[in-house]
Ligand binder design. Structure first.
Ligand code: SAM
Length: 309
């Protein structure tokens, strides 16, 4: 029986074989290839991986090569560097370089939204009510606050829980990325960012303003005054956070860290929490490997494993 002649390889097969055979990272598509203005080789990617892991604990998988290229190519243009090698040499050889901030900010993923993972907020409200029976001061730390939607959702929940006045509530909002933290501090959002907030809450907690670019919604001062903002890298040896804390929100950031890094951070959270404190995690984060520190109450909410008296 005659055999069929082999089919010519498709474009993606050709790119995959280039990727395997060469030290240069092949772009995912022909458009990407045409768009690339800097050479980006395996050694460059491995250097980026090591630098961001050491600096921020972020583990980048090989699947993130295209993302890393496009985000850092912008930094090369902004700093006038001619190649990845020159850019990475600059970071490696001057540990205090101002560009470290641009590098870290470029590689963080800041996806967030108001009332993300909404099942957490009734749990928070119930907890705040229980704590208010024991203490007049409630401290919350939102440690990967991104652009602020999460800490403002916490503040709205607190304000709704105590409509007629209650305990003094403070929410410390921190993030590694200074540019998202600046957005959080401004507390001004485009209509598509607030469209999931029920109209009644939107009216109660936001001021609508008309700008040349369109409508924007600014958080009202009564909500804003609960919050304070600080850049904190969870990998730093010292956190400028005053305990004891009633609640820690640490959602959708641990997924970027490997298990040993997660464990080290959880081991530092535990002594900062009140004995009855709660830790809220992201939907795909599980702390079963830290069962000696935290136990699950379900719905990715955790309590201290050993409740101290
Ligand atoms: C995907 S966002 C999650 C935002 C929010 N917690 C939520 O769940 O909607 C992850 C955030 O973690 C921050 N981040 C990454 N590494 C960090 C680190 N080492 N220390 C503090 N924040 C970090 C990023 O800058 C980013 O804003």
């Amino acid at each position: 029986m005659p055999t069929e002649p082999p089919k010519p390889p498709t474009l993606s097969e050709r790119l995959a074989s280039i990727r395997q055979a060469s030290n240069t990272l092949a772009p995912a598509t022909a458009e990407d290839a045409a768009a690339r203005e800097f050479v980006f080789c395996v050694a460059d990617f491995e250097r980026v991986r090591k630098l961001i892991y050491d600096k921020a604990g972020i583990s980048l998988s090989p699947a993130k090569q295209d993302m890393v290229y496009s985000r850092l190519a912008r930094r090369l243009r902004a700093t006038g560097m001619k190649s990845f090698k020159q850019y990475l040499d600059h970071l490696e050889f001057s540990r205090g370089a101002a560009e470290w901030e641009g590098f870290v900010n470029a590689l963080t993923t800041n996806l967030t939204s108001f009332f993300r993972e909404p099942h957490h907020f009734p749990v928070l409200s119930q907890h705040l009510r229980a704590v208010a029976e024991k203490r007049r001061q409630i401290s919350i730390w939102c440690c990967a606050a991104s652009t602020g939607e999460e800490p403002y959702s916490i503040a709205i929940t607190a304000a709704d829980t105590f409509p007629n006045g209650g305990p003094h509530i403070s929410v410390l909002c921190s993030d590694l990325d200074t540019s998202v933290l600046a957005t959080a501090e401004k507390g001004v959002y485009a209509p598509d960012r607030v469209d999931k907030i029920p109209l009644e809450q939107l009216k109660r907690y936001f001021n609508k303003s008309v700008t040349p670019e369109g409508n924007v919604y600014g958080v009202k001062p009564e909500l804003r005054q609960m919050l304070s903002f600080r850049r904190i890298n969870l990998l730093d040896p010292v956190w400028p956070v005053r305990g004891p804390l009633d609640v820690i929100f640490c959602r959708n950031v641990m997924i970027y860290f490997d298990k040993p890094t997660q464990y080290k951070i959880l081991a530092r959270f535990a002594p900062m929490l009140q004995p009855d404190g709660l830790l809220f995690a992201g939907h795909s984060e599980s702390f079963l490997h830290a069962a000696d520190l935290f136990h699950s109450l379900g719905k990715t909410v955790y309590a201290l494993a050993a409740r101290r008296g």
